[in-house]
Design a protein around this ligand. Structure first.
Ligand SMILES: Cc1cc2nc3c(=O)[nH]c(=O)nc-3n(C[C@H](O)[C@H](O)[C@H](O)COP(=O)(O)OP(=O)(O)OC[C@H]3O[C@@H](n4cnc5c(N)ncnc54)[C@H](O)[C@@H]3O)c2cc1C
Length: 383
């Protein structure tokens, strides 16, 4: 693997850096306090091609490789994880999955809108009773003539109240476990679908996280995506690549923590000297720096494997596991460098810690990543 970025990759990274400085950084505190990112950011992300990375150009995508996607995701994560999550879900979990599994009509209908930021996607897998154990989900889709009637509810859905389309996973037959699950591409204005914003999150406060309820929703058979009964495989293939995106976002959080800690340590004086001169403060900073490098390299390895068409699922779990735990450690260490000021939301590090905390939970908790890695190493599945 060549660790030197190409000119194109450097250019897209710089574009993302400039975008974050111009369109995100000035609003981060305000969006966090208001629990609402300005939705106009979505079209701006689309106009720069950030919502179409790796999607084929014939469907409105902006092409590019997965390393470029990780670079942009890292920069967005450095700026605001609430914004990064919009891209990781609408592009990473929804548009890319349509590109991989959708039929021609579904691709032509949804991809140009999603990649332009004219439509937003959400990913509906988790339910109130099934999180880690997603293969036992209970939302039901019963075939009735040329449509399915869907009943159930989905929990913690990122982009939930903003989304125009939900990639929904529902049980289409009574086979227990994951074999009876199918995927649907359901417009969110379908009668019977309602959404409720979840307030009071520890972090990612600006993000539109929702509960999605389906009551007698009539979904035309044309909304079925991929073969009936293949929904769980579709969800797992989406999440495997999604974990690379979460890992890249975590690298961004850790990098932001490092930048903030170095900057503050250089300015703050105690006992008549810069706190940067104290070796215990340098230890905090160097621990963050090592976490940043290690998390970034694990993430880039996944991107390289994906781009070369090699198996990447275990590597993605390793990257997500390490980078998410590293982001929490890095933000916590940075907060320590800031002392009491780190505890106030005028300064960036408290938000970094709050936002980092969910990364070890969603798209598979740290425990679930360890089970995936353990299964690959031992050949024995714990699930
Ligand atoms: C802000 C936010 C956004 C989210 N966005 C989405 C989204 O867009 N779409 C979506 O579908 N979901 C989303 N989720 C849901 C997320 O993926 C789940 O919360 C996650 O999978 C964990 O499920 P759970 O919360 O039900 O925890 P549980 O599965 O109940 O886990 C509770 C604890 O038990 C542990 N545990 C569970 N099973 C095992 C086991 N076999 N071995 C060892 N330990 C185990 C877990 O690691 C955890 O520590 C989001 C969640 C949050 C908080």
């Amino acid at each position: 693997m060549n660790l030197e970025l190409s000119e194109e990759q450097e250019a897209v990274r710089q574009l993302a850096k400039d975008f974050v400085a111009r369109e995100i950084a000035p609003h981060v505190v305000e969006w966090d306090r208001a629990e609402n990112v300005d939705k106009s950011i979505v079209k701006k992300l689309g106009s720069l091609g950030f919502l179409g990375l790796t999607v084929p150009e014939e469907y409105g995508g902006s092409g590019g490789d997965h390393l470029a996607y990780c670079l942009v995701t890292e920069e967005l994560g450095r700026g605001d994880s609430s914004v990064r999550g919009i891209v990781s879900v609408s592009l990473g979990l929804v548009a890319k999955t349509i590109a991989a599994w959708g039929d021609e009509a579904q691709k032509r209908h949804w991809l140009p809108k999603l990649t332009a930021g004219e439509a937003i996607g959400c990913f509906g897998l988790t339910e109130p009773g099934t999180g880690s154990d997603a293969g036992n989900l209970t939302t039901k889709a019963v075939r009735d003539g040329d449509s399915y009637v869907i009943n159930g509810s989905k929990m913690f859905i990122t982009n939930g109240t903003w989304a125009d389309v939900v990639l929904l996973f529902a049980r289409t037959d009574d086979t227990p476990g994951h074999k009876g699950i199918s995927a649907f591409l359901l417009p969110t204005d379908t009668p019977g679908l309602s959404r409720r914003t979840i307030h009071g999150k520890l972090g990612l406060r600006g993000q539109a996280t929702a509960e999605v309820v389906l009551e007698g929703v009539r979904a035309p058979a044309s909304t079925l995506m991929g073969p009936q009964g293949k929904g769980f495989s579709i969800a797992m293939s989406a999440l495997a690549k999604g974990r690379m995106s979460v890992a890249a976002g975590c690298v961004g959080i850790a990098q932001a923590a490092l930048d903030a800690a170095v900057g503050y340590a250089g300015e703050r004086e105690q006992f008549g000297k810069s706190i940067a001169s104290y070796q215990l403060v340098q230890e905090l900073i160097s621990d963050i720096a090592v976490d940043v490098d290690a998390a970034r390299l694990l993430t880039w390895r996944v991107a390289d494997l994906v781009d070369r068409g090699k198996p990447f699922v275990t590597a993605a779990s390793k990257a997500k596991l390490f980078a998410s735990e590293a982001a929490v450690r890095a933000a916590n260490n940075a907060l320590q460098v800031f002392g009491g000021y780190g505890y106030i939301d005028e300064y960036p590090v408290g938000k970094l810690l709050r936002d980092a905390r969910v990364m070890t939970l969603y798209e598979g908790t740290s425990q679930i990543q360890k089970l995936i890695i353990g299964r690959a190493l031992t050949g024995v599945s714990a699930f």
